[in-house]
Unconditional design. Structure first.
Lengths: 329, 141
């Protein structure tokens, strides 16, 4: 009997749900944290609606793959050249009683509310059954299970564009009954520390957060950009942070939850302290979003320096957490 | 974020009446997933983008009605795409798509090309062939 669990984020939600169903109990924050998925990257070369890609987590598939590596699972991943092959294989696995993870576009899923349907191809969901022409879906970001007809699911699985899924489906083939949380968490936190603090490029990690602040200042200094482009740019940052799957502040809370859960399981005070710091950083991100929004709407005067200072504040708070986590053994 | 701070801005929510989950802590620092009915900051950012798309649709509709652009441009915005994304999803170069915005060029489009647009835009070929009598974007997707 499959049990749907609402999650904060699609990939971590699918990972936790799928592994728990298959006998390895894992919460969403635990999946996210053990995968070492917390990140920041400002990538102007990749455009979403003409705006730079801003990622608050490691790239798509790094959660499922990260957990796989950390816990020594065996997973089967498949992509397909022909949509029909992809749907046939899905049916074959469902007939065997398996639940299957899929990567899909958001835009072509009919159960998504109109206001959330944008072109984003790295959404994850679980198919747990079939009823006639409908597939029974556990989409982690939704409160209840949903249904999707075969034609729509096929379109969503094979939509083209950036991060195209190519019908990607995945499920575990072998998993341990349990794992050593102490050792896994040390390795995961160490790896995540490196991502946020050790990245060589100025657009990655803590440096990247500060870099984005500098970009905002630069845009605000040019009169034309400040009027026309900056509001849209800030709106885009807020959406990348809060709405689309890259959801920034939300990830800080998920990671804080992971740290707290681990601290409780291992009776470790350091992790509990770091959890609080990380949650505070998440709060600061949301404050940045709030102030940006006020400036975009004209309720506050546009001030690039103030926004950059808020972002530096976020970076400072995260740096504090990572400095503490560096000492975790 | 504390559990008491989880926003419940349901009035202006862009969640379609549903709730998102967010992790928040109690006074002891224990985290749990809490449902949020919406956050005004997120809603306003999404609505700003939806408003822009609406404007693009209206603008393209007007120009297509006056023969200044082809129906293709309207259908592109209706499907919330831009030229760059339409190029990616059709496999056509951006300059070719812009060329297809010229009404006389679009009118003579081969079935093969029309089929590509049909696939990428998720619209029947016969629908694509002319501007609909009523705009599609005023209804839901």
């Amino acid at each position: 009997m499959f049990k749907h669990q609402q999650s904060a984020h699609c990939e971590s939600g699918v990972t936790a749900s799928m592994l728990s169903h298959n006998g390895l109990k894992l919460s969403e924050p635990m999946a996210f944290g053990l995968a070492g998925a917390l990140a920041f990257a400002y990538i102007p070369l990749v455009k979403l609606s003409g705006m730079p890609l801003i990622a608050y987590r490691m790239p798509p598939r790094s959660i499922i793959k990260g957990v796989q590596k950390r816990l020594g699972l065996k997973m089967n991943y498949q992509t397909f050249r022909k949509p029909e092959q992809g749907m046939d294989e899905l049916d074959r696995q469902l007939d065997q009683g398996k639940i299957v993870g899929l990567q899909t576009s958001v835009f072509w899923l009919p159960y998504f509310p109109d206001s959330m349907r944008f072109h984003f191809n790295a959404h994850n969901l679980i198919v747990y059954g079939r009823d006639g022409d409908d597939y029974l879906i556990s989409d982690p970001v939704f409160e209840q299970v949903v249904r999707c007809d075969a034609a729509a699911l096929k379109k969503a699985r094979f939509a083209k564009g950036a991060l195209a899924a190519k019908g990607m489906m995945y499920y575990p083939t072998q998993l341990p009954q349990s794992f050593d949380l102490a050792s896994a968490s040390v390795k995961a936190i160490k790896a995540n520390h490196r991502i946020m603090t050790g990245a060589p490029l100025p657009v990655i990690g803590l440096r990247g957060i500060r870099h984005m602040g500098k970009c905002i200042i630069k845009l605000s200094k040019d009169n034309k950009q400040r009027e026309q482009y900056l509001p849209r740019y800030l709106g885009h940052i807020v959406r990348m942070q809060e709405e689309i799957g890259t959801g920034g502040a939300g990830f800080r809370f998920i990671y804080a939850s992971f740290l707290k859960e681990t601290s409780q399981a291992l009776n470790n005070e350091l992790l509990a302290e770091a959890a609080e710091m990380m949650a505070t950083a998440g709060d600061e991100w949301r404050r940045f979003a709030l102030i940006s929004s006020k400036m975009c709407k004209g309720r506050k005067e546009m001030n690039g320096e103030e926004l950059a200072a808020l972002l530096n504040g976020c970076a400072d708070l995260e740096a504090k957490a990572w400095t503490l986590l560096k000492t975790y053994r | 974020m504390k559990i008491t701070e989880v926003p419940q801005d349901s009035e202006n929510s862009t969640y379609g009446g549903a709730h998102k989950l967010i992790y928040a802590s109690d006074e002891q620092g224990n985290f749990t997933g809490v449902k949020s009915a919406g956050w005004i900051v997120e809603a306003e950012a999404t609505q700003a983008e939806l408003k822009l798309i609406d404007q693009q649709c209206n603008d393209a509709w007007q120009r297509a009605s006056h023969g200044e652009t082809s129906a293709l441009e309207y259908f592109m915005y209706y499907r919330r795409m831009d030229v760059a994304l339409l190029a990616q999803t059709t496999g056509l170069f951006q300059w070719r798509i812009r060329r297809h915005f010229k009404p006389p060029v679009y009118a003579k489009l081969s079935d093969k090309l029309l089929a590509r647009y049909s696939e990428a835009l998720g619209l029947e070929m016969h629908t694509l062939q002319q501007l609909p009598t009523q705009p599609l974007h005023t209804a839901e997707l």
